[in-house]
Design a protein around this ligand. Structure first.
Ligand code: ADP
Ligand code: MG
Length: 621
């Protein structure tokens, strides 16, 4: 076939020269520089590699010192096992590693590093020195440029100093952003390590000033230190296992959702990753509580048997490939959805803290005593382990048993019929006292005051009811025929939609038929919405249906349609509720999944404890 050649302007014409040079092996230095191009994009990439090495060496404490956002200086000091003087030169050689030696090792690698190229690559694009000392020997320093080794002074551990990054490749240096931006990326790299290694303390210094410090702490405390108080308070624990995959960590409620995906941390076997399977699964799990373009905040640790995940697919190991993506997707989807669904008001005062705050100090002590805490305090599922240190399967089983122990003294939620004034004080959402401005329910709980947005809460309950009916076997919302059909003047568009969407409407529990060319009649409405205004309900469902068009889209938009309907069925502001009605609503909230947020992701209730009230009024107790 003779295709016309595209006519490029001269400047865009592809360069093609005849290959005239003989084939030669590239010099080692150049090979390293090419490798460095893949591994080192910016100072933060160096920070990540050096932290990986420090943690692989079993460090308890890591100090990072930066100059000019890391461009001028990156120095990582650790108290790990150190490098013997006799191996310092080898550590800088390409493809030299102490972490794997066979293909089998590669398939079950649990250390952060294994490619043996980071130090060589960094040394090819910056000035690098290593000062190190192993127990029982004196310290030595190697200068990568000259290869010279000399005596030095330091405690057991390693200091790697990297100066003038990209000094030999100025083109690369031009791509760097301001020092402040590069510094932010470096700090982000440390946060990623800090979240998964709460047992290690981290310090960051920039231009001689300490900018961040995270002391060794419990996993939950470290998470709060790194993610911030707001997230820490709103975080719900995830603890889920499906087949060989385990998912643990914390998910933020919709209240702490962000406009950017900058608080999403995912780990596979202790390694921070960016991969599509878990991101997609988490997004799907949030779809029901997070509307619009909000981005969820979460920290998820996936534990996958090493032979079911390939970590050797990307030079920086930030991507992984799962042997069976579906099993990971399912585990994350269900783990996150389950955590988000649990109504946080459902547990009693006693059970709640254990559920919400993760492991107590006592449980931590127990963990440590049970020797499940490899080295110094982080549960084994969070950290990558060297295989010889811990018997993984046994430790995992014990750890799981500990986490899955039922919460102490949880009492079943009482039904409305069984309610007496004494049991009322045990209800998590308390006993209704009054309605405020026709919008809020005020309720007294054992711990203080509960304020409920009654419309938002009821809307969620109705929505969950409708959804449950649609998910049930007969796949349609239970409906109730109206004694007298409600007729209304309709637009031709509405009449047409009603006629075309008959089966979709039936599924939604609605029957809307044409009375004349200009009149529609509502003959049946969903049982759960029998109090709603049938005409307003019909109109907004028809409007939704006509925007969704084809019946295919209707199936996909079902939940949205139910949400629209729920809004109509929910109690309106300014409707007077009796105390019984208010109490009934509170009890329903306690047993309804996802009742802590309305369909639009806003909270449905808030608590003010007596302690907080005392603080308001400066009342000492
Ligand atoms: P890799 O981490 O993939 O093995 P690197 O080039 O990062 O490759 O490091 C090469 C080797 O140098 C490591 O395998 C390890 O033996 C040694 N090493 C590097 N950094 C440290 C450190 N901070 N403490 C102890 N040993 C280290
Ligand atoms: Mg390494």
């Amino acid at each position: 076939m003779n295709l016309p050649q595209p006519d490029f302007p001269t400047s865009l014409r592809p360069i093609s020269r005849p290959i005239s040079r003989p084939i030669t092996a590239l010099p080692d230095e150049l090979v390293s520089q090419i490798a460095a191009g893949e591994v080192v994009e910016r100072p933060a990439s160096v920070v990540r590699e050096l932290l990986d090495n420090a943690l692989d060496a079993g460090a308890n404490r890591v100090v990072l010192r930066l100059g000019a956002g890391g461009v001028r200086l990156i120095r990582v000091e650790d108290d790990g096992s150190g490098i013997p003087a006799s191996q310092l030169a080898l550590a800088l050689t390409r493809h030299a590693t102490s972490k794997i030696s066979t293909l089998d090792d590669l398939e079950s690698v649990l250390t952060m590093g294994f490619r043996g190229e980071a130090l060589a690559a960094i040394a090819s694009i910056a000035e690098l020195t290593i000062t190190s000392r192993v127990a029982g020997q004196s310290a030595h320093m190697i200068d990568a440029r000259s290869g010279e080794i000399e005596a030095a002074a330091r405690e057991v551990g390693t200091t790697v100093e990297v100066r003038e990054l990209f000094f030999a490749t100025p083109a690369r240096r031009k791509f760097l952003k301001t020092d402040a931006t590069e510094l932010a990326h470096c700090v982000e790299a440390v946060r990623r390590h800090a979240l998964v290694r709460p047992d290690v303390s981290f310090e960051i210094w920039h231009e001689g000033k300490m900018t961040d410090q995270w002391r060794a702490a419990s996993p939950r405390q470290r998470m709060t230190d790194v993610m911030g108080e707001d997230f820490g308070q709103a975080a719900i624990e995830v603890n889920f296992a499906a087949g060989p995959v385990q998912v643990r960590g914390w998910v933020g409620t919709p209240e702490v959702a962000r406009s950017r995906a900058d608080m999403q941390f995912a780990y596979v076997n202790g390694r921070y990753v960016r991969e599509k399977v878990s991101t997609h699964a988490a997004r799907q799990a949030y779809a029901d509580v997070l509307h619009g373009h909000k981005q969820a905040a979460y920290v998820l640790f996936m534990q996958v048997p090493p032979e079911r995940v390939d970590v050797n697919v990307h030079p920086t190991k930030i991507e992984v490939r799962f042997r069976d993506g579906r099993e990971v997707h399912q585990a994350v989807l269900h783990g996150v959805a389950q955590a988000l669904a649990a109504p946080r008001a459902a547990s009693t005062e006693v059970a709640a803290p254990a559920l919400l705050r993760g492991l107590s100090d006592a449980q931590h002590a127990e963990l440590a005593a049970a020797n499940l805490v490899a080295e110094r305090g982080a549960p084994v599922w969070m950290q990558p382990r060297l295989p010889e240190r811990v018997d993984g399967a046994a430790a995992m089983a014990q750890l799981q048993a500990l986490w899955q122990r039922p919460a102490p003294q949880s009492t079943p939620t009482p039904t409305l019929a069984a309610a007496t004034p004494e049991t009322a004080s045990h209800w998590p959402l308390g006993r209704a006292l009054a309605q405020l401005h026709g919008i809020y329910i005020l309720s007294q709980s054992a711990d203080g005051l509960i304020v409920v947005d009654m419309h938002a809460a009821h809307e969620r309950i109705v929505y969950e009811q409708l959804k449950a009916q649609l998910d049930a076997r007969d796949q349609r919302v239970a409906s109730q025929a109206m004694l007298i059909p409600a007729t209304f003047a309709a637009t031709p568009q509405e009449v047409a939609t009603a006629e075309q969407s008959e089966s979709a409407l039936t599924k939604l529990g609605l029957e809307i038929t044409a009375f004349s060319t200009k009149t529609l009649a509502v003959r049946a409405v969903p049982l759960a919405l029998s109090d709603a205004d049938p005409v307003a309900l019909a109109r907004s469902v028809l409007a939704d249906l006509s925007t969704h068009g084809a019946s295919q889209a209707v199936t996909q938009a079902q939940h949205e349609l139910l949400s629209t309907m729920a809004c109509h069925g929910a109690v309106r502001a300014n409707r007077r509720l009796s105390l019984e009605e208010m109490n009934a609503l509170l009890r329903q909230m306690e047993t309804t999944e996802r009742s802590d947020q309305c369909n639009h992701g806003r909270p449905t209730w808030r608590a003010l404890s007596l302690a907080e009230l005392d603080k308001f009024f400066m009342r000492g107790r």
